[in-house]
Design a protein around this ligand. Structure first.
Ligand SMILES: [Zn+2]
Length: 94
């Protein structure tokens, strides 16, 4: 059975997809007075701080899939952990 550690680097991602908005600082740019520049981004926490990693449009689908795999792997671990608790409790019940 494949485990999390067998997965190639980048196949799992922690965080959430978000939209990063910023002003570039050029006074003549449309962002100075109106709409900021928007780019897809991955928001994640590191040492208790939220960090943002700007993504290329082409990376969004790949990142979304890796986030979904992470959620599934985490759910799988939770289920295994719950099964462990159930097994331990049933042993106590005898
Ligand atoms: Zn700008």
């Amino acid at each position: 059975m494949a485990t999390i550690t067998d997965r190639p680097e980048g196949s799992l991602l922690r965080g959430t997809l978000t939209t990063f908005r910023r002003r570039c600082g050029k006074p003549t740019c449309h962002c100075a007075g109106g709409e900021p520049h928007e780019s897809p981004a991955l928001a994640y926490t590191e040492a208790g701080r939220t960090k943002t990693l700007t993504l290329a449009e082409a990376e969004v689908a790949e990142v979304g899939a890796a986030l979904a795999r992470f959620a599934e792997a985490r759910a799988e671990l939770e289920r295994a952990g719950d099964a462990g608790i159930a097994a331990l409790r049933s042993r106590r019940g005898r």
